[in-house]
Design a protein around this ligand. Sequence first.
Ligand code: SAM
Length: 261
Amino acid sequence: MAKEPIPTPVTRLYVEGDFTAGLSVLLDAERAHYLRSVLRLKPGEAISLFNGSAGEWCGEITSLAKSAAAVTLTKRNRAPAAEPDLWLCFAPVKRARIDFIAEKAAELGVSRLVPVMTRYTQMSRVNTDRLAANAMEAAEQCERLTVPEVAEPVAFDRLLADWDSERQLILGDETGAGPPIAEALSALSADRLAVLVGPEGGFAPDELDALHGKAFVTPVSLGPRVLRADTAALAALACVQAWSGDWRHGRPDFRAGLKRG
Ligand code: SAM
């Protein structure tokens, strides 16, 4: 039996700016290349442009050259909507895994990615541009309306010294010194949250002492096994979203009318 073709959702691109019906939005050579040579789209085809303040707009590709492309907006398909204020602070790990963290954190609704240089962090440099590109691509794919911000790497001591105590920091403590994450989250009422996970070598003892001494830190256990840093980051984010975040609400089916023919 012939396989039913999988309906291809309309391409979504994150583009900053104010949108109005009839506006022609110019896209740069990189975006034009992506539409033309990667997705093999043609003028006349539908596309969506979105950003956090304009919401998501339907549009039509009106020109598609090597050096640039133009999209004429037709109507707003989704109004801007509040998205989680959830940070992921993480000790940078090796390339493939850190790209994975950026992509998955974007899908999990993180608003800001903060690379933290801890004592045992192996990486000395972080390519934040590459992380931002991974996060943006994931945001376009997962149908969110914003793209996570990627902060410049910060030293562990500086992170703590500058921390806004109104934001509760959920610490993945691999030593088991914290309660199970579900128990800790059920006792938490803060709506500005962050998750912090350490590097391959874990946190140094004095780092854990410094963290446990802060009222804005909630240490948690992520179960009896030692998780890799990327696994721990995503597991903690999933728990936070399920328990305190936007996984408590359904998923609006706002794409019904937007399948490419
Ligand atoms: N020292 C161990 C190691 O080298 O494998 C643990 C480090 S672990 C790979 C990296 C980070 O993931 C830890 O610093 C912690 O933030 C988090 N993590 C891993 N397993 C965890 C657990 N069972 N409970 C809480 N956090 C955990």
